[in-house]
Design a protein around this ligand. Sequence first.
Ligand code: ATP
Length: 239
Amino acid sequence: MSEILELEDITKTFGGIIALDGFEGSVAADDITGLIGPNGAGKTTLFNVITGALDPDSGTVRFQGEDVTRERAHKICRKGIARTFQTPKPIRSLTVEKNLRVAHRFGGSDSTLDEEELYQRTLEFFDLGKKQNVRTENLQLIEQKQVDVARALMSAPTLLLLDEIMAGLTPTEKIDMCETIKQLNSEFDIAVLLIEHDLKRMRSISDTIIAMNNGRHLLTGSPTEVLEDDGLQEAYIGK
Ligand code: ATP
């Protein structure tokens, strides 16, 4: 099993707050990997460090064997790491089509697929054809989240980071989103690293789960190994 992403001894502080404290972990190229941990564990900060939104104080981010630590965000995106945010971030005043094309210019211009090919493939995948001329501020939450993932796909990523993509969705929408993520992983060969608080969904979708707490790696394993571990229960209860 090859690792697409390796994180070595990552530390990030904000003033006196230690958000990441020597975090170690890796993501397999073929997998859907879940990242879990109590509120404030450092999950989103880790995403920010991986994607170049934040520089770590120390440590190394290796993507496909290459050291990408402190690379600028658009360069990391062009190398193949795309992301979504906790709150959907399409440009609200732009149409679905403009959002997707802008995303391609930010992160996809090094892709072997051209813009038109990616646009048509992405539109079809999400069945967004009828909405392409609608401004995203007029879309429902689930559609805004689909546009967020669609924007990420416009850079033809090999690793997709999803930050609480299912938050706020109905149970049925969550099941649909899980199916979408599985399809992206199997049909488009995209490795996925996702943050999710709904552990039931996490168990059903993940090949591997990484648990973290207090900015540190806690354990990695199959969903059953991790979710039934006593150390994890303690981290959540706060013993
Ligand atoms: P949640 O599940 O609640 O989203 P999380 O695991 O994603 O939490 P982070 O958002 O990464 O955790 O936060 C880790 C710690 O770093 C928290 O104590 C948080 O308050 C702090 N933190 C994160 N970003 C900043 C910032 N820009 N400035 C100051 N402190 C920050």
